[in-house]
Design a protein around this ligand. Structure first.
Ligand code: PMV
Length: 309
């Protein structure tokens, strides 16, 4: 068996691809579990809402197929045939890291089935090989965050745990719209090539916002974090990776009393996150978001506060 989790990016999506820092939070309650069994006939895959022969998997699962192949190469059994199944507690293509989580879980399951140990670096490299198929030049943030047990700060391939002690709650709400990270990352790349003068300052702003957020997270300054979330959403929207649904949900969260709100992950669909000053406030915001069309929402303590609630 192999297991990973969903993640939310608090700060730094997209700008992290250009070397700026990002802060991400694994969501321990939202798991991705993979199981593998030997197959007598052709290999099969059951994953993220699709089931069939592994070699006929649709393009959106190409990274998971690559994960199976990379793991089999790693264990020295490239021709082994397997039934590979993943089960997720969270939806795919919503900026919650489903592709990296699925790849990471499958890799761990294959290594486990062949009793092959791997260190964190091996697991990261194998997951990155799969993620490269998903969207070209992944920063590595998703591969790291979906395998983490604690919040992380990630910059240019380097990961550090980050202490978060904020008297606040996080609402994650799913717009229900599928987002394609490949498309949004490609959009910013093109924009950057055509108009570097217009694009670089927005990416640099997102980097500065992530650095300021690090200080605010360490200081437990919830109001400052909320303001920085609003500022980040404005820059992401200016880069063209928000959409009318996400903008409307962000506005709803703010009207319902959120300290701040932003899209999270690749954007143009997917999820928004909002910061609330208490659990009841978070629940009110979650309800308002569902009333405004969000498919689902989750309330999460940014630090280990759940048990005490
Ligand atoms: O949409 P997700 O969960 O795959 O997050 C993508 C994060 C990006 O910063 C947009 C891309 C990357 O490689 O870090």
């Amino acid at each position: 068996m192999g297991q990973t989790v969903a993640k939310v990016i608090l700060f730094g999506e997209h700008s992290v691809v250009y070397g700026y820092p990002a802060i991400a939070l694994p969501l321990a309650g939202l798991r991705m579990t993979a199981r593998v069994e030997p197959a007598d006939g052709p290999a099969t895959l059951t994953c993220l809402g699709w089931s069939g022969p592994l070699r006929q998997a649709p393009a959106r699962l190409a990274s998971v197929v690559r994960a199976v192949d990379a793991a089999l190469e790693h264990v020295g059994r490239p021709d082994a045939r397997l039934h590979v199944t993943t089960v997720a507690d969270f939806p795919p293509e919503r900026g919650l890291g489903s592709s990296a989580a699925a790849a990471g879980a499958v890799i761990r399951a294959v290594l486990d089935a062949f009793d092959t140990p791997a260190d964190a670096e091996d697991l990261f490299e194998l997951t990155q090989a799969a993620e490269r198929v998903a969207h070209g030049h992944p920063s590595g943030l998703d591969a790291t965050a979906t395998a983490s047990t604690a919040p992380i700060r990630f910059e240019a391939g380097r990961t550090e745990p980050i202490a978060i002690d904020v008297p606040a709650w996080l609402v994650v709400a799913d717009s229900g719209v599928h987002g394609s990270t490949r498309e949004t990352v490609g959009h910013i790349r093109e924009r950057h090539e055509i108009d570097p003068q217009g694009t670089d300052p927005l990416l640099a702003d997102l980097g500065r916002i992530a650095r300021d957020a690090e200080t605010a997270l360490r200081d437990g300054d919830a109001a400052a974090i909320g303001e920085l979330m609003d500022a980040a959403h404005a820059r992401l929207a200016a880069l063209g990776v928000s959409d009318t649904h996400l903008d409307a949900l962000v506005a709803t969260a703010r009207d319902a009393g959120a300290l701040g709100a932003k899209l999270t992950g690749g954007g143009r669909g997917g999820c928004v996150i909002a910061l609330a000053e208490s659990r009841p406030a978070a629940e009110r915001i979650a309800q308002a978001l569902e009333g405004a069309g969000a498919r689902r929402s989750w309330v999460h303590a940014p630090q280990a506060r759940e048990a005490a609630a």
